[in-house]
Ligand binder design. Structure first.
Ligand code: PBG
Length: 330
């Protein structure tokens, strides 16, 4: 107003590539990526996940090749999700802590072949229960908290014993981080990190994942509203993160990703701890479908989405696009 001329022109800094580069605040690198993978029983097996084009369930021998590629690309870590045959599912989910189960076998093989590649395991009972819930249920179908935590502790110990670098409870039971941390310390797994799915919302965006691990049919019309968080809430996310940190979490997660960037920002601002976001199966499916229809430029949109996570304060992103992104960044 007081100026006769325009003193301030934000477009000056945007004019050339050099000044755009100099003022750039956030950078995406391969160090920001965690690659979720689905492991199957058997040998030489590769199955496409219909609702996630480009994502496959792989038997261990095939997964080892994928892991080799991840190492070559510089991806820091894999997050492992098992596809458990129906015959191993039960009401008590005891396959979850079978030391000869699919997850511990896979962890041992991965750590033996690629000691420097981080291996993250999912701690939750949904792959192992006949009803597809993340915990044990009572007669009414209600998911029991403390009884479930006891099983989660056994599962986490079983993964740690197999050599998992990080255990990642994704179940949202109360008190599970503290119980798992106590057990890990007691058994001298003092370097096993806990990545807590702290702010995990009851989201419809998990649909394709449930297809991928084959739990959708078991869950049927069931939902996870009495343990996963209501998408309407934000303060509750801060409370969950605070509890998990007090109980001994090393890293915290917000899930899903893109619709919840406000939560990522609040968590990072409030706690300043290693904070991750899960770009979940439904988010992957949306981008993939649009790209396959020629409606979106896949590479540009995926990289922009990842930058959004960084800008919101995430230290890393779990994404099914991790290998593509790592190649694009080369
Ligand atoms: C289950 C689990 C889910 C995901 C990761 N672990 C689904 C659920 O809570 O029902 C979702 C991941 C994705 O959608 O990509 N403990």
């Amino acid at each position: 107003m007081s100026h006769q001329f325009l003193a301030i022109r934000p477009r000056r800094m945007r004019k050339d590539d050099f000044s755009r580069r100099l003022m750039r605040e956030n950078v995406l690198t391969v160090d920001d990526l965690i690659y979720p993978v689905f492991v199957l029983e058997g040998e030489g097996k590769v199955e496409d996940v219909k609702s996630m084009p480009g994502v496959q369930r792989q038997s261990l021998d095939v997964l080892l090749n994928t892991a080799a590629e991840c190492v070559k690309l510089g991806i820091p870590a894999l997050a492992l999700f098992p596809v458990v045959p129906q015959t191993y599912k039960s009401l008590d989910a005891k396959e979850a802590y079978n030391p000869q189960g699919l997850v511990p076998r896979t962890v041992r093989a991965l750590k033996q072949a690629f000691p420097a590649l981080g291996v993250i395991t999912d701690v939750a009972l949904d792959p192992y229960t006949t009803h597809g819930q993340d915990g044990l249920i009572d007669d009414t179908g209600y998911v029991l908290n403390d009884e479930t935590v006891e099983v989660l502790v056994k599962q986490a110990l079983c993964h740690a014993e197999a050599g998992a670098d990080v255990v990642a409870p994704s179940d949202m039971m109360d008190g599970r981080i503290g119980a798992i941390r106590d057990a890990l310390e007691e058994h001298r797994y003092i370097y096993t990190r806990i990545l807590a799915y702290s702010a995990k919302y009851a989201s419809a965006f998990y649909g394709p994942f449930r297809d991928a691990v084959g739990s959708a049919g078991n869950l049927g019309k069931g939902n996870k509203y009495n343990y996963q968080m209501d998408p309407a809430n934000t303060d509750e996310a801060l409370k969950e993160v605070a509890l998990d940190l007090e109980e001994g979490a090393d890293m915290v997660m917000v899930k899903p990703g893109m619709p919840y960037l406000d939560i990522v920002r609040r968590v990072k601002d409030e706690f300043g701890v290693p904070t991750y976001a899960y770009h979940v199966s439904g988010e992957y499916a949306m981008l993939k479908a649009a790209a396959q229809n020629g409606w979106l430029d896949e590479k540009a949109c995926v990289l922009e989405a990842m930058l959004g996570f960084k800008r919101a304060g995430a230290d890393g992103v779990l994404t099914y696009y991790a290998m593509d992104i790592a190649r694009w960044l080369k």
